[in-house]
Design a protein around this ligand. Structure first.
Ligand SMILES: Cc1ncc(COP(=O)(O)O)c(C=O)c1O
Length: 370
C-alpha cells in the first residue's frame, strides 16, 4: 500500500464545482484584489473565530508582521517566542527590527513553556508570540497573566490552529491579536498564498487595514508608509467555500487522531498531550521516537510517506546563528526536533490507510516506553 503524507488533490476533487464557480465569480466581477469576496470572507472568518475583526492578508507571515507592528514592536525591542516553530514566527519579529528571544517548550505539548517565560523578560521585552503548534493551543491563561503583569502585548501565532479552542475560546480570539495562514497545506487553505489578522481591538484592525495597502486610509491618502499585504479576490472566494466545509473536515481529522492514538497505544513512542479542556485543531499528527531517521526510512520502505516539523529549532538555524545560542541551551526543543515525525494525516485518508501506518509504525518502533 502507498500512503502519501498529504493529498491536496483529493480535497480539490470533492469541491471542484463549488471552487470553479467561486473563481468564475471573481473573474466576472473583475475584483482581483480585496473587494467583495474578501469582505465577505473576513466577516465569515471573524464570526468563525468569535472575534470582532478580521483583516484579509496575503500570508500568515504578513499577519505576524502587522500584528507585531500594531502591538508597537520597534527596533531594539525583544519579543519572546518558541524556537519549535516555522521560521516565519521569528522572521516577523526580525522584520520589525526587534530581537526574537527563544524560550524552551513544555515537552508534553511542544508549546512555549510559561514557567520559563518570566526569566526571559527584560526591560526591552515588548511582546510574547505563543504558537499553537500542530493546532494544539498554547497555555494562554498563564501567558496572558504574565503578559498583563509586565504590560506586554500577546500575538497568537494561530497559523496552524484554525478552529482550535482553548478553555472554550477560539484560537485567534484570546491574545491582543492573532495571525492565521491559509497556505495550501493548512486546515483552512487557499489556492495560493493567504493569511489574516484577527482581533477584538478596533485600533489594531484599523492599523492592519491601512498597513496592508500602503498605509492608505482613503484613495491615495497615505497616512504612513505601509506594505502590499492585500488578500486576492480569488483567495477570498475560495476560502468562503473551504470555510463552509470546515466542520466536516475537522470532524474527520479528530476521528483520524483518535484512531492513531488507539492503534498506537503501548508502542515505543510518545504523542503530545491533549488537555481535555481544549480542542486541538489537529493540523498535523506527530509522534516522538528514538532513532527517528531510521524509523522514517523503514516506513518509506513500506510505502509510507512522512515529514518532519521541524528538523531544527530556530536557534540552530543558520538564519539565527547570529543569536549565538549553542546547542544544549534549549534542550526540550532540541530533543523534540531530533525525535519528531509527522505521520500521514488529511481528511481524505481512509481507515485502512491509518491502520496500515499505525500497525507498521508499531512493528518498526516496538513496544514499551519511549
Ligand atoms: C506556525 C507558523 N507560523 C507562520 C507561518 C507562515 O505562514 P505563511 O506561509 O502563510 O506566510 C506558518 C505557515 O507556513 C506556520 O506554520
Amino acid at each position: 500500500m502507498f500512503v502519501p503524507y498529504l493529498d491536496l488533490k483529493a480535497e480539490y476533487a470533492s469541491l471542484r464545482d463549488e471552487l470553479l464557480e467561486a473563481l468564475d465569480r471573481v473573474c466576472r466581477n473583475a475584483t482581483f484584489i480585496l473587494g467583495e469576496e474578501v469582505d465577505a470572507f473576513e466577516k465569515q472568518f471573524a464570526a468563525f473565530c468569535e472575534t470582532k475583526h478580521c483583516a484579509g492578508l496575503n500570508s500568515g507571515t504578513s499577519a505576524l508582521h502587522l500584528g507585531l507592528l500594531a502591538l508597537g514592536v520597534q527596533p531594539g525591542d525583544e519579543v519572546i517566542t518558541t524556537p519549535n516553530t516555522f521560521l516565519a514566527t521569528a522572521e516577523a519579529i526580525t522584520y520589525c527590527g526587534a530581537r526574537p528571544v527563544f524560550v524552551d517548550i513544555d515537552p508534553t505539548t511542544a508549546n512555549l513553556d510559561p514557567a520559563r517565560i518570566e526569566r526571559a523578560i527584560t526591560r526591552q521585552t515588548k511582546a510574547i508570540v505563543p504558537v499553537h503548534l500542530y493546532g494544539r493551543p498554547a497555555d494562554m491563561d498563564s501567558i496572558l497573566e504574565i503578559a498583563s503583569r509586565h504590560h506586554l502585548g500577546v500575538l497568537e501565532d494561530a497559523c496552524q490552529a484554525h478552529g482550535a479552542r482553548y478553555r472554550g475560546r477560539r484560537a485567534g480570539s484570546i491574545g491582543h491579536a492573532a495571525a492565521f495562514s491559509f497556505y495550501p497545506t493548512k486546515n483552512l487553505a487557499a489556492c495560493g498564498e493567504g493569511g489574516a489578522l484577527t482581533t477584538n481591538d478596533d485600533r489594531i484592525a484599523e492599523f492592519a487595514r491601512a498597513a496592508r495597502t500602503h498605509g492608505q486610509t482613503g484613495r491615495y491618502e497615505h497616512e504612513f508608509v505601509g506594505y502590499n499585504y492585500r488578500m486576492e479576490g480569488f483567495q477570498g472566494a475560495v476560502l468562503q467555500v473551504k470555510l463552509k466545509h470546515y466542520e466536516e473536515a475537522s470532524a474527520r481529522r479528530h476521528e483520524l487522531a483518535r484512531m492513531y492514538r488507539r492503534l498506537l497505544e503501548g508502542a515505543r513512542l510518545r504523542i503530545p498531550h491533549d488537555d481535555p479542556r481544549d480542542d486541538c485543531a489537529y493540523h498535523l499528527f506527530v509522534v516522538y521516537v528514538d532513532r527517528r531517521d531510521e524509523i522514517r526510512s523503514k516506513l518509506a520502505d513500506r510505502g509510507i510517506e512522512t515529514a518532519v516539523h521541524y528538523p531544527r529549532p530556530l536557534h540552530l538555524q543558520p538564519a539565527y546563528a547570529s543569536c549565538g545560542i549553542p546547542r544544549g541551551t534549549l534542550p526540550e526543543s532540541e530533543r523534540a526536533c531530533d525525535r519528531v515525525i509527522s505521520l500521514p494525516f488529511y481528511p481524505a485518508m481512509n481507515d485502512e490507510q491509518v491502520e496500515y501506518v499505525a500497525n507498521s509504525l508499531r512493528e518498526i518502533a516496538g513496544s514499551g516506553h519511549s
